[in-house]
Design a protein around this ligand. Sequence first.
Ligand code: AGP
Length: 579
Amino acid sequence: MCGICAGIGSENQIEKVVRGLKKLEYRGYDSCGLAYINETKNLEIVKCVGGTENLENRIDKTDFSNVVIGHTRWATHGTVCEENAHPHISFDGQFAIVHNGIVENFEELKKQVDVQLKSQTDTEVLVNLICKQSGTTLEKICNACQKVVGSFAIALIENGKDEIFFARRGSPLWIAADEKGVFAGSDISVFDKNFKKCFCLEDDEFAVASLKKVEFFEKNCKKIEKKSISVENVDFFDGFSDEQTFMLKEIKEQPIVLRKTCFNLFSSLDDAKICELKKFKKFHFVACGTAYHSCLMGCQFIKKFCKKQCEASVASEFRYADNVLSKNCLYVFVSQSGETADTIASARLVKDAGLSVMCVTNEPYCTLNSLADFVLPTFAGKEMAVASTKAYTAQVFSLLIFALRLGGETIQNTLKDFVQAFDCEFDVDKLCQLVLASQKVFFIGRGQDYVSSLEAALKLKEIAYINCLGMPAGELKHGTLALVDEKSLVVAISTQEKTKKKIESNILEVQARGGKVALISNLEHNVDVDLKLTLPNFEEFLMPIVSIVPLQLLAFEVCQRLGFDPDKPRNLAKSVTVE
Ligand code: AGP
């Protein structure tokens, strides 16, 4: 679950590759590194623990190289340390490699290569496996890749040579070529803004880039002609300003995102498409993490507005479950990145069964979209912070519009008024103080508010490292209430008239056990609480988009006050590209 980037060309590639790695840090930031051919044609390695800012401090600014490969890592095999950071070199110092993916049979291959390894990684085994094959460098790579079980996108350079070799199976790899040289990376955001065409390396394809050109090969080393792809509407995002954290910037962008979504979605969901999708009797949403919460919300909307059966599954469960797949069902895969391994595997499973796949994604050129019969784009723009905020509200809003259109509801004006009025200004100071003064935090709600409670808890865990729980309010007394005492804070979310009284009862039950209560609501409640955060009033089905914002801000504020980095929480990566 890492990012790779590589450049070869007439200009100095070191800075370009580091800049590319910065854009790939969403794939992991445990460590990073570069390998390059220096001016005396020797292989050099620079690597470090931590993000690219540490790498920049290690690089000699006077160094020049035409041939550079780089890597940003999320640890899979072995701890986070410099030895395990990529690039890895072969035992004879001849080859350096960067790798994204997992070599599943690395223990077996380790015995075969039989060399003293410096790291605990599967990647060091792979570079030695390549080194020990016979033939040209390309033949060595092709032969080694045949022996690998698992997934990989690799870039490899050889001591003394102006060439970069690429291979791929399972993990994404994009390559762009122009008169200045060849540039490659795990996604297309690594390319220059004005760049127009690129190649998507497919599974079991190989490429060899030299200073002037790139050539493609099949696994038997036979040359192939590949068609370039024109890319449009890519958010290349170039602003690495330190003024704000990405998370706060992205929370604040939500009003614009909703306006864009409202404006664009009515045109992408044209009548013909809606008519085609109406034939499905059931819906099954599949995703991971925050995107799964969007799915749960999507289910509520489908049931409410389309009166159709709908269920949601976590992708890592769906892919191994005994699913009863049906041609009457539309399978909807939701993902900000479109690169989440479990979500992709689940979509493949449905596709392989010959059934219909719809993808709701934020990245137009992602792997998930390549499997889709129908793509519903979200218009959140590049999301950099690991904690998903604007992508979540964009997903929820898109799924709401989708359900409304499918259910034949014509409420475009209500939505337009909503996006004009929606803002993100909430004072969460007191709520933040309550959280910091508590030992246990529970978020509770019913229906759509239950889903928001799950999302609120995930945000607080993810960036503030607070052990908290989101749960259905009605479930409290089935066990969890035993945990509630005077050191507990229960944050109750209430946006639905029909469950208002039920939430009030739950609040009283908590208070009877000495627990503190914060209530987040747009409704008139007849109950005394430690804190009431009043939400602006919109139609009930729009309230999940409103109520989540103060809870995103809460997680951000608590994180800041505890001195953690909201953009790069420990142990995580933005895009989970391995199982
Ligand atoms: C959200 O804050 C998380 N970082 C995480 O749960 C994320 O939503 C999940 O990994 C799914 O990612 P995707 O939307 O890119 O598929």
